[in-house]
Ligand binder design. Structure first.
Ligand code: UDP
Length: 345
């Protein structure tokens, strides 16, 4: 197609029969995407990572850049592209996930899910690749029921500040459904609930990273609203297990095309999270209350019965366990930043 960018990974022309899959990870320099790239490389797959670095960080994949089984292309999936050679799997992890980031350019956020989704579904069809969409608990909006099962159709404001993300992700699910039904594309849809872990961007703006950075810096922890709103936080390793199992599981009828919730059902209020972080870091920071953002969901908790039944998956890491390596990683990154600012070698 005219204007279509062509990417040629060095390993594109390998002979069939080589071990491992060739896997495209879009958004592969982001928080979840980069952890996924590392896991796939470690298990012997070849990974093509595409990221526009809007919110992804090159640092997240720096150690993979010299790996012969890894290829990185700086590109925006909104623009048409193709890739030479076979592709077995596509994980679409591309889209800013933090409200403060996805609201900066809402039209582009929407395009990323919709136009990017169409581009990737067409690629999946051309390559006969299985494709997994990273959808989100945000498809439930500010839910009227708790926990949220996949059958709950959600309560999303189509014109609010979160709509560009929520409706983009909902529309992408529709595209995945349609391309599966009409063209037989082998699709998976993971509805990802709040996920945290080492290598989150300190500037990300979400609650876990904000609280840890603030507690380390001795700044007040910014609690939006009265802090009674809840979230359910899933550790990154559990999320990767869920995503990879969803990708590789065959159901009795040959495919799993219905959406599957992936998240940790242990629910915490924002105030409870603040207390845990302050305790863990032994910080004297206080709380400061700020306005609750418009349309901020007041509760969020996944019903993971479907993931348990279909995938035999459930999270293993509690919030307090998962925060230990997370907090340690933030501490190291902040130490490095301060050292570099002081010019100390
Ligand atoms: N939040 C907060 N302080 C912060 C950042 C977020 O109290 O510094 C709240 C936010 O209003 C929401 C919850 O924490 O109720 C989770 O927000 P986050 O941005 O992490 O993700 P969301 O689940 O809203 O996409």
């Amino acid at each position: 197609m005219c204007g279509t960018k062509i990417f040629r990974p060095a390993f594109a022309e390998r002979l069939a029969g080589d071990a491992g899959h060739t896997i495209l990870v879009t958004g592969g320099a982001g928080f979840i995407g980069s952890h996924l790239c590392h896991r796939l490389i470690a298990q012997g797959d070849r990974v093509i990572c595409v990221d526009n670095l809007e919110t992804g960080r090159e640092d997240n994949i720096a150690d993979l850049l010299t790996n012969p089984n890894f290829a990185f292309f700086l590109y925006d999936i909104v623009d048409p592209f193709t890739i030479t050679g076979p592709i077995d799997r596509i994980y679409n992890m591309a889209c800013p996930g933090s409200p403060s980031k996805y609201q900066r350019d809402p039209v582009h956020t929407f395009k990323t899910s919709i136009i990017g989704g169409i581009n990737l579904l067409e690629l999946a069809k051309k390559k006969s690749a299985r494709i997994l969409q990273s959808s989100t608990s945000e498809v439930y909006g500010d839910p009227d029921v708790s926990p949220q099962s996949e059958d709950y159709r959600g309560s999303v404001n189509t014109t609010g500040p979160r709509a560009c993300y929520d409706e983009g992700k909902r529309g992408a699910e529709t595209l995945f459904y349609n391309l599966h039904e009409s063209e037989g594309v082998d699709t998976r849809i993971a509805r990802i609930f709040n996920t945290y872990g080492p290598k989150m961007d300190p500037e990300d703006g979400r609650v876990v990273s904000n609280f840890i950075v603030q507690a380390y810096s001795g700044d007040d922890l910014t609690v939006y609203g009265n802090g009674t709103q809840t979230r359910s936080f899933c550790y990154i390793d559990d999320m990767l297990d869920g995503l990879m199992t969803l990708m590789e599981t065959e159901s009795e009828c040959g495919t799993i095309d219905d959406p599957v919730n992936l998240g940790n059902p242990d629910e915490f209020s924002v105030l409870e999270l603040a207390e845990i972080v302050l305790d863990m870091i032994e910080s004297d920071s206080k709380l400061v209350y700020k306005d609750l953002p418009v349309d901020d969901p007041h509760q969020r908790c996944p019903d993971i019965s479907r993931a348990k039944a279909l995938l035999g998956w459930e999270p293993k890491v509690s919030l307090k366990e998962g925060l230990v390596p997370t907090v340690a990683c933030f501490g190291e990154e902040m130490y490095r930043q301060q050292r570099d600012q002081r010019g100390v070698v």
